[in-house]
Design a protein around this ligand. Sequence first.
Ligand SMILES: [Zn+2]
Length: 182
Amino acid sequence: MSEILAMLTAKTTSFTPTGGGGEITPQMVASACSGLSHYEWLFVTCKLAIDTNGAGYLRILALQRTQQFAENRGWRVSKKEPPNLLAKLSDMALDSALKNNLCFDCRGTKVNSHGRVCSTCGGSGLAPPPSQASRARIAGVSIESWNRRWKKRFAVLVAEYEVMEAHASSHINRQLESANDN
Ligand SMILES: [Zn+2]
């Protein structure tokens, strides 16, 4: 997915309306998305910023999935925990999967304005993930409860998005390649 995003981002900075070999446009990616499930389609079009109109609906569907997961796996919210904990967990996992985690300083270019390795991200181009303490705070649970129970559950949700993203990426790449062959 990140390669597709990089191609699209490159496109917006040096846009040539005629197009050419190897170039992709948001329209091409959008049509390559046909055949994905509705949920995957919403996720991909939001992630690649091709169409963000479905973002609110995606969030609702994501919560339904999280609730289904919780039910299947027996994740219980205790009386001491906030009643909207699952919604918070769901939102955090979706946000983590949707955002591209680029370093806010170099914006993913890995170098600073002098062309040297960006010191903020150490040249990874990525922003550091939020700390477990800040995740616990957002979820509204104690750090002990986060570390004992919810951290693993959050990781399960994030891993689900990774699987879905990998599936969607290979689908899109296949579609783009076959469109190129025609
Ligand atoms: Zn950086």
